[in-house]
Design a binder for this molecule. Structure first.
Ligand SMILES: Nc1ncnc2c1ncn2[C@@H]1O[C@H](COP(=O)(O)OP(=O)(O)O)[C@@H](O)[C@H]1O
Ligand SMILES: [Mg+2]
Length: 363
């Protein structure tokens, strides 16, 4: 029998007001058991407040939070069986790594042998077995975050909340620990609610991503959903790089909109909800979907093009990036995976694309 996945967390019509600031504005979402769900959004968009309400550190102004099918609004934080890791999770400085990790079990009064075993298992899991006797000050920032992770997981919570746990670390270390978090998620099957403002991190880690904007969810879906089928221009601009062109819709037929650009030329794209003839539109095209002259990519053939002067060209390792300026003085990015090209700065070129790779949103 095919059972629908059980919800570990269900948030319904959540609202949080601080005075006249609405930090969370009618957020509803559910997290499946074992799922890795990330809140992605810029600073102030309501991610932490939503997470804190799930944790029980804040009470909502309205709405409900259920964990494992039961309302938790009257359950204190320490009885919600949730593990937590924050950006600067201050470990207890006077305690060894071993005692820090064992702390949640000691305060729960577990017997010594059980604590020792659980701590050893957790330190193995985060590859810090050899550091058990050290103080936090004798560890790097990344190692301290791994201790914090071990401490959050040691009593086997069903749900782990993480609020920007890697943002204080440098890029290389961040990527190492991202891999580790993915592995731990796979091995333990724990449900994770993760907060970040870093879209790359969200894409790398998550089963699904909720994009927050001004206290609301702009879209929730897999990374591919957000990237390939953004619901609105905000998500298109926030997740991945994108070029947004302004124009006026002159026709909509069979889901394809024809848009007149600033210079009078027309291009076609897939029309989003709310697009009608005569309305102002934004057309989104990803940098890697604009093909330089001679680029073959095997799919359906490009059926339109944009012309511009190449004003910059930079080698980024995986791709060659061009910046062009159109006749109406807009700059566009183009990314070419072929990587090899003579210097073309200053020359004019035509970049072709398929109408299926352009999305037309109401402006
Ligand atoms: N304790 C508080 N008192 C007043 N305003 C707050 C408080 N906590 C958060 N806010 C406001 O709520 C909004 C959302 O904040 P927050 O949830 O921390 O955003 P994020 O985590 O996405 O950066 C912001 O405008 C913030 O200033
Ligand atoms: Mg925050």
């Amino acid at each position: 029998m095919n059972m629908p996945a059980k919800n570990a967390v269900a948030i319904r019509h959540l609202v949080k007001k601080f005075g006249n600031v609405t930090a969370v504005d009618d957020v509803s979402l559910s997290v499946a058991e074992g799922e890795f769900l990330t809140f992605l959004g810029s600073s102030g968009s309501g991610k932490t407040t939503t997470l804190f309400i799930v944790a029980g550190f804040e009470d909502p102004s309205a709405g409900t939070v259920e964990i494992d099918g039961r309302s938790v609004l009257s359950v204190p934080p320490n009885e919600r069986n949730i593990g937590m890791v924050f950006q600067r999770y201050t470990l207890f400085p006077h305690m060894s790594v071993r005692d820090n990790v064992g702390f949640p079990l000691s305060v729960r009064g577990r017997p010594r042998p059980e604590i020792d075993k659980a701590v050893a298992d957790m330190l193995d899991l985060v590859h810090l077995g050899a550091y058990a006797g050290r103080r936090p000050s004798e560890l790097s920032g990344g190692q301290q975050q791994r201790v914090a992770l071990a401490r959050a997981l040691v009593y086997r919570p069903r749900l782990l909340l993480m609020d920007e746990p890697l943002s204080a670390l440098d890029k290389r270390l961040r990527e190492d620990i991202q891999q580790e978090i993915r592995r731990i998620h796979r091995e333990l099957g724990v449900t994770i609610l993760y907060v970040t403002h870093d879209q790359e991190e969200a894409l790398r880690l998550s089963d699904r991503i909720a994009v927050f904007s001004q206290g609301r969810i702009a879209q929730i879906g897999t990374g591919a959903d957000l990237y390939e089928r953004p619901a609105n221009a905000f998500v298109a601009g926030f997740v991945g790089n994108s070029n947004l062109l302004r124009g006026e819709v002159v026709d909509v037929t069979g889901g394809v909109a024809t848009v007149r650009l600033a210079d009078g030329s027309v291009i076609r794209g897939m029309s989003a909800a709310g697009i009608a003839q005569g309305c102002a539109a934004e057309i989104m095209v990803r940098p890697e979907r604009l093909l330089p002259p001679g680029a073959e990519d095997g799919g359906p053939t490009a059926d339109q093009a944009i012309k511009g002067i190449i004003i910059d060209q930079s080698y980024l390792g995986e791709v060659l990036q061009y910046e062009i300026r159109t006749a109406w003085q807009q700059n566009l990015l183009i990314r070419d995976s072929r990587r090899m090209s003579p210097n073309l700065i200053g020359s004019e070129a035509c970049f072709s694309f398929r109408h299926q790779d352009a999305l037309v949103f109401p402006a």
